[in-house]
Design a protein around this ligand. Structure first.
Ligand SMILES: Nc1ncnc2c1ncn2[C@H]1C[C@H](O)[C@@H](COP(=O)(O)OP(=O)(O)O)O1
Ligand SMILES: [Mg+2]
Length: 204
């Protein structure tokens, strides 16, 4: 399980042979776009840590207000908060889901370790990889219509900095376990998906 992160994706297998996929990659690398296509083809439940957090903010709860302040600054929200939200969302769907695709999580090695302790170990991480300049270009364009507080140039640069610092060690961590499939996200959306689908099919 993981969040369609900034260009990476992970697949976890549980004892019941359910699959947990984690997608990771930089902001704007195309994680969300690819997750949607995976959901359509494979029927997995897509859990985006970013979307879960934004939904909490939109609810107007006290926790949401605290989260909004952190996200607006482009910083990472506390480890336990994100993991609890993902876990709750998974439990809610545990009986009916064919698998889980987790987008945007773990962002730090520590989050990955916590995830394994509380939920399980992944068998595939899809690393959706795009160049820094490509990610900035796509996010600026998305910002014209997304209304996301963090799709502005200053916050984008900060998120990218943080991404390279925090997420690359995560990829290294899962590379050492032999589960990383790096996907070139500079290609057109459908070609990127062809490689994503192949990585998932190769697991069978
Ligand atoms: N392969 C691709 N080629 C061109 N544009 C792409 C692309 N994949 C995604 N995009 C566009 C769609 C969005 O407007 C923007 C960011 O994509 P996204 O899926 O929201 O990224 P992420 O979820 O990784 O932040 O880039
Ligand atoms: Mg996204």
């Amino acid at each position: 399980v993981g969040e369609g992160c900034q260009g990476n994706s992970i697949v976890y297998k549980s004892k019941k042979a359910e699959r947990f996929h984690v997608k990771m990659g930089g902001p704007g690398s195309g994680k969300g776009t690819q997750c949607e296509k995976v959901v359509a083809k494979y029927g997995y439940t897509h859990l985006s840590s970013g979307d879960l957090l934004r939904a909490e903010v939109a609810s107007g709860s006290e926790r949401g207000k605290t989260l909004q302040a952190i996200m607006q600054k482009g910083e990472l929200v506390p480890l336990d908060t994100v993991l609890d939200m993902i876990k709750d969302a998974m439990i809610a769907k545990a009986g009916v889901s064919k698998g889980f695709l987790i987008d945007g999580y773990p962002r730090e090695v520590k989050q990955g370790e916590e995830f394994e302790k509380k939920i399980g170990a992944p068998c595939l991480l899809l690393y959706i990889d795009a160049k820094g300049e490509t990610m900035v270009k796509r996010l600026m364009k998305r910002g014209e219509t997304s209304g996301r507080a963090d799709d502005n140039e200053e916050t984008i640069k900060k998120r990218l900095d943080l991404y390279y610092k925090a997420t690359e060690p995560v990829i290294t961590f899962y590379t050492s376990r032999g589960i990383v499939r790096k996907i070139d996200s500079e290609l057109p959306v459908d070609e990127v998906f062809g490689h994503v689908a192949k990585a998932i099919d190769d697991l069978k």
